[in-house]
Design a protein around this ligand. Structure first.
Ligand SMILES: Nc1ncnc2c1ncn2[C@@H]1O[C@H](COP(=O)(O)OP(=O)(O)OP(=O)(O)O)[C@@H](O)[C@H]1O
Ligand SMILES: O=C(CO)[C@H](O)[C@H](O)COP(=O)(O)O
Length: 397
């Protein structure tokens, strides 16, 4: 192909350059990796639309996929991998949402990481320039050919075409790591799972479902920890909402990790997002709902709500410790929470009942993931309405 104009944009740097083909009527644009000169992805201009971009950060095995299933369900329709594409694609597409996994921006495959002695959490194993270019393109209504990291083979597969959706969710290890990508996010969430709980979940999944030994699970957690602390955990300071998962305080010295204390930390002052509250906005409330209207077996359920600060930002925190015995009774709790952005009375309970088999449905992880899903729907609707009402350049003149 004859390479024509080399565009110089601020976004382009030494690792990539962008060209366009003059012969092409469809205005195709290509990204190349400078080191290899390999055409990496094609961008095709298409109908202008604004995509709302949501970032979800967490370590591996911390409930991102479960959260995504709850979120896409709030928007209706099931999320499926791209039809007829790579069976090992990490992408999930529904009518309204496309979820892309940022593992697809690993620049080093499994062997490459081993040779260089870096983990997948290390920024050197990831291509943030390409991540930025592609999220920016999708946000402005341009389709991209995104690489695929194959978790089965550990190799980088041929790219897949991603059309700009109404809502793009970028989930993975680093959605808020790179300032340029962070600035593209309309809303960001961090799943902050404490080490004790992460360990319990890993054992449950990797031992029971994947046949790994206890020693190998411990070793893998230890090996990732320095890079997790250096590159993943600090991203929580940028999140608009954090779901923090801790061991219960209702059972003294609990080390089973089955009963959880979950905190929903919501930053104040985020555009189109007003935090949920319990009883009375801005007060400090401690509430034990167990009794005539909510069945609770040992160790019971306790809610807390209070204004707080989080990394120098004002925040509101709703906390739930314990677990529900009967999900249908959740309506009692729902009726005491305000600013839920539901479309009808009982919508939170309905969503929770619909996915009663998902991990965390009987505790604060499921409840708060569902609530954040509803808040994202509300944020999307406000953003779109605001855009529709905004005066056009012509009408302003
Ligand atoms: N809320 C929860 N309560 C209990 N266990 C959970 C919860 N969320 C996740 N888990 C456990 O953690 C495992 C991983 O969950 P999930 O697949 O949603 O995480 P992930 O972050 O997408 O993982 P990965 O990045 O490794 O694919 C589940 O199989 C389950 O065992
Ligand atoms: O932290 C991770 C994100 O999910 C994975 O460990 C990383 O993507 C590497 O994957 P694999 O272990 O399949 O090579």
């Amino acid at each position: 192909m004859a390479v024509s104009t080399i565009y110089s944009t601020q976004a382009l740097n030494s690792t990539h350059f962008l060209t366009s083909s003059p012969s092409s009527s469809s205005k195709q644009v290509f990204f190349y990796r400078r080191q290899t000169n390999r055409r990496f992805n094609t961008i095709i201009t298409c109908a202008a639309q604004q995509t709302v971009v949501i970032g979800l950060a967490a370590d591996s095995g911390c409930g991102k996929s479960t959260f995504m299933r709850r979120l896409t369900s709030v928007f209706g329709g099931a999320a499926e991998p791209p039809k007829g594409g790579n069976p090992d694609s990490n992408t999930l597409i529904s009518d309204m949402t496309t979820v892309i996994c940022l593992d697809d921006y690993h620049s080093l495959d499994r062997t490459g990481r081993k040779e260089k002695g870096v983990t997948a959490l290390d920024p050197r194993a990831n291509d943030f320039d390409l991540m930025y270019e592609q999220v920016k393109a999708l946000k402005s209504g341009i389709a991209v050919e995104k690489p695929i990291y194959n978790h089965v083979t550990g190799l980088l597969d041929a790219p897949e075409l991603i059309q700009p959706p109404k809502i793009l969710v970028i989930e993975g290890l680093h959605p808020m790591f790179d300032e340029r990508v962070r600035d593209l996010l309309d809303f960001s969430i961090y799943l902050d799972i404490s080490n004790e709980v992460k360990f319990a979940w890993k054992i449950q999944r990797d031992m029971a479902e994947r046949g790994h030994s206890l020693e190998s699970i411990k070793a893998s957690i230890e090996a990732r920890k320095p890079d997790f602390d250096a590159f993943i955990d600090p991203q929580k300071q940028y999140a608009d909402a954090v779901i923090e998962v801790l061991p219960t305080q209702l059972i003294p010295d609990d080390n089973e990790g089955k009963v959880l204390r979950v905190r929903l930390i919501m930053k104040e002052g985020v555009k189109y997002f007003s935090p949920v509250y319990l009883f009375d906005e801005g007060s400090t409330i401690s509430w034990i709902p167990c009794g005539r209207k909510l069945t609770c077996s040992y160790p019971g359920i306790k809610f807390n709500y209070q204004p707080d600060s989080y990394f120098d930002n004002e925040a509101s925190v709703v906390e739930m410790d314990g677990q529900f015995d009967r999900l249908d009774e959740l309506i009692y709790v729902e009726s005491h929470l305000s600013n839920l952005s539901t479309k009808f009375y009982g919508e939170v309970t309905q969503q929770m009942l619909k996915h009663a088999d998902f991990p965390g449905s009987n505790n604060g992880t499921g409840l708060f993931q569902t609530i954040v899903g509803l808040k994202i729907r509300d944020l999307y609707e406000q953003l779109i309405a605001n855009k529709a009402n905004a005066p056009t350049e012509a009408s302003k003149a």
